[in-house]
Design a protein around this ligand. Structure first.
Ligand SMILES: *Cc1c(COP(=O)(O)O)cnc(C)c1O
Length: 461
């Protein structure tokens, strides 16, 4: 794709037929090919080495579109899109970094490198929030690997063909599944298990197809999962969500890919069958929404009758700035994308590099909210997706002479926990739920005993 003049970018308009050409080739680089990226070849040797050190431990994958259209190479390493996709030395602790760097300098054996990488990964809490133990449902007596069912209304499905992404985000909380260790991977190719599970669970109104990125899947695979759900047996599943970062990393998926039209037709068919189809678009920065092809992809998705909502974590080095969020939400609102969630960076992977104190997260949320119109104030957050549920930091307040965090469940493992305000002692450094203590001298949070029981029951299954 050619660069488009800034003046043209401003106004999302209907693009003439043939403007984007057809079938731009998807070209991707991984850890082994990092030195072949032309923009990387210009960097000092030391900086390239540091990238290789980190990429030997944490997943790395970036495509040509991100390299050429999104990253501003004149302002690396600070550039947020560079931080979003390329390994940064600070993502490992100095000790971890040195452990791996030493092996690479010595030209150590592949097996030794792999063992060390694996040991470092184990130090990075690869499976946060009890995901593997607590949310895996059963069909008959069988555990279904590709499904998670945590909140009553919503089932998460991880189609096996959708367990990679067009590029990887450096902060990804599902990073462990991209390592190639089959054991760490969710995913199933059993469409029938999904359909059977949904058929048996009429309390489920929402199916969230996620990954990885389900939009890496060919349309014909996607169809095999989606089309049967349009039958009357699944009338209770009224909402189908598709979690994706393709609008950012590969908008060609909806515009020029060979099966783009077929995909849009399928979405349209689901809409016409009475489903709410919602693309849960992962955007971290307004810069991802500046290209003409992104606008065109948004326009085409909306033309099917599907809606687009957006969500993102708040991440240091990438979007830890209220003005960035305000501009992102304004841009989205103009383009017809509804801001949905602002997440707190999870307690996994390179969290020490990306995380922010909860109090700072709340300030950024508030300062961004203040700047935008009501239409753009639809994002809830900052929200921690923790074991017991999605917990929102509503603010910092003073009550009974104590400085406290005011918290609430947006989603709870028990639906009855939702929307009850509760309080934690203010802690200026806390970045995650497990660091918070109940306020007012209480021994436990109101949900603690019940949650502990749920954990014990899941362990004994
Ligand atoms: C966020 C989330 C959902 C969806 O929750 P909503 O509040 O309906 O958006 C479902 N399952 C899991 C595990 C989640 O983390």
């Amino acid at each position: 794709m050619t660069k488009i003049a800034a003046a043209q970018i401003k106004r999302p308009s209907v693009v003439p037929e043939g403007f984007f050409g057809s079938n731009e080739r998807f070209k991707v680089y991984t850890e082994r090919h990092i030195d072949q990226i032309p923009q990387i070849q210009n960097l000092p040797q030391e900086q390239r080495f540091a990238m290789r050190v980190v990429a030997n431990v944490l997943p790395f994958r970036v495509n040509q579109y991100v390299i050429e259209e999104l990253i501003d190479w004149s302002s690396i390493p600070q550039d947020p899109l560079f931080q979003l996709t390329f390994p940064q030395p600070g993502m490992l602790t100095p000790e971890q970094f040195e452990r791996m760097a030493d092996l690479l300098r010595k030209g150590a054996d592949r097996t030794v490198i792999r063992e060390t990488a694996s040991a470092i990964r184990d130090e990075l809490n690869p499976h946060p929030a009890g995901q593997r133990e607590l949310n895996v449902p059963t069909v008959g007596d069988e555990k279904v690997e590709g499904i998670q069912h945590k909140y009553r209304e919503t089932v998460l499905f991880f189609p096996s063909q959708g367990q990679t992404c067009h590029s990887y985000c450096t902060f990804c909380f599902r990073w462990a599944q991209f390592i190639g260790d089959k054991e760490l991977r969710f995913g199933t190719n059993e469409a029938s298990q999904l359909h059977r599970y949904l058929g048996e669970h009429t309390e489920v109104t929402d199916l969230l197809i996620t990954g990885g990125d389900p939009m890496v899947m060919k349309t014909r695979h996607f169809k095999a999962y989606l089309e049967p759900l349009l039958e009357p047996a699944f009338d209770h599943v009224t909402n189908i969500r598709i979690g994706t970062k393709a609008l950012s990393f590969w908008p060609q998926r909806f515009v020029t890919d060979d099966d783009a039209e077929e995909l849009l037709d399928l979405i349209k068919k689901a809409v016409e069958a009475g489903k709410q189809v919602a693309f849960m678009a992962h955007f971290n920065h307004w810069r991802e929404m500046e290209t003409e092809i992104c606008h065109e992809a948004i326009r085409r998705i909306r033309a099917t009758g599907a809606i687009i909502r957006s969500q993102s974590p708040l991440i240091r080095h990438i979007n830890d700035d209220a003005d960035v969020w305000a501009r992102m939400w304004r841009t989205q609102t103009r383009l017809g994308v509804y801001p949905y969630y602002m997440f707190v960076e999870r307690d996994t992977g390179a969290k020490h590099y990306f995380e922010l104190p909860l109090t700072r997260a709340w300030e950024i949320y508030r300062d961004a909210m203040k700047q935008v119109s009501g239409l753009a104030r639809t994002a809830r957050g900052p929200s921690m997706s923790a074991g017991p549920g999605k917990i929102e930091v509503q603010g910092v307040a003073e009550a009974a002479g104590e400085k406290v965090f005011v918290l609430r469940f947006i989603q709870g493992r028990n639906p009855d926990w939702v929307q009850r305000p509760f309080f934690a002692r203010f802690d200026p450094e806390a970045t995650w739920l497990h660091q918070l203590e109940p306020a007012f001298g209480d021994e436990k949070f109101f949900f603690q005993d019940e949650y502990d029981t749920m954990c014990l029951e899941a362990m004994s299954d």
